[in-house]
Write a protein that binds this ligand. Sequence first.
Ligand code: SF4
Length: 358
Amino acid sequence: MDRSNKQGEIRLPSVMVPYRCRRTTLCCHPPWRVWVTQDEAEQIQTRLEEVDDKEGGWVEPDRAFEAAGAGCRLLTQPSGGCVFLGQDPVRCRLQEIGGLDLLPMLCRLFPRSVVVTPAGIEAAFRLACPTVSALVVEGAAAFTWSRISLREWAYPPTHRIDQVLWRPGEKRGFEELEELRCSWWAEMERALAASSIGSALSACLSAMIEEPESPRGRKPANWSLPSVPLQYGAALNTCGFLSILPNRGPRYQAAYPGLMDALQQGPTSGEVAALADQHADIFLCAAGLLLQQAGVHDARPALLAIRKAAQQVVETLSSASILWKVGQSTVCDAIQDALTVSALVRHHQQLSTLVFVD
Ligand code: SF4
């Protein structure tokens, strides 16, 4: 594992190097909303006032924003999409008139999270973007870093991390988490090389859940991947997010309510085990990316986040088994959609918790 800290470079997961926006525009529709800072709003307003060509869906400066709580966000069109989203061809009108620099930071970065650490600047990619999930399915591999020059990178870091919350009430240096992440990635690499890869995946995920601090510690014996039936609310959210997916959304909509029932019932353990055996590489790749985010790119205590990362992969396996059976998708499409939707459900659960706590 390369841990060197190179100036003038950013490190990112190798599987994400080919990432280019494929314009699914999922992030330009609800439930995503774009919050803007006062500076961003002023910059956008000024540029809109300067634009000469006011044809083709130009947005009036005073119809671009709305106040919400103590903040400000971009308005939406009656169809639900962002006020700047243009169709035919699909495009962002804001980017068209001002380039990346005019985009609110939320839009510019998505699906990336970029932070400065003592080991250098690193970027993570969120599985809630269907293109990120597609790359995981297409290029599944053990987690490794790739480095690219900052001159080729247009996405600035949002903050610096020197210390991480290890568990509630306890902070530790970033280096300790870096060490722990590297050990887990090495475990995942070993699992990928195992002759019985489904069992190795199962052992790795169970250890992350049971003992997130001890990658080489005791592996719970005879742990097999559980079937995870969803509660009513989670099944409803899952069906809601599936229905807005680009390409296959209408198909999932048509499969409701059978899909709803199947998600609440959960797959059989045999179905989960078969999928794990067949596609362990994809689930290990996803686990590696979620582990990268734990405690660094999310606001959770690191050990809890490692456990949650493994639980998310276990849940995704269950959902993918159901989508494959009910959603009339190919197995790879089903896994990609399950990866995206599980991440969306998690993300919005986390946001609603934060709103609730506030
Ligand atoms: S500003 Fe552009 S990128 Fe951001 S949500 Fe609107 S259309 Fe999408």
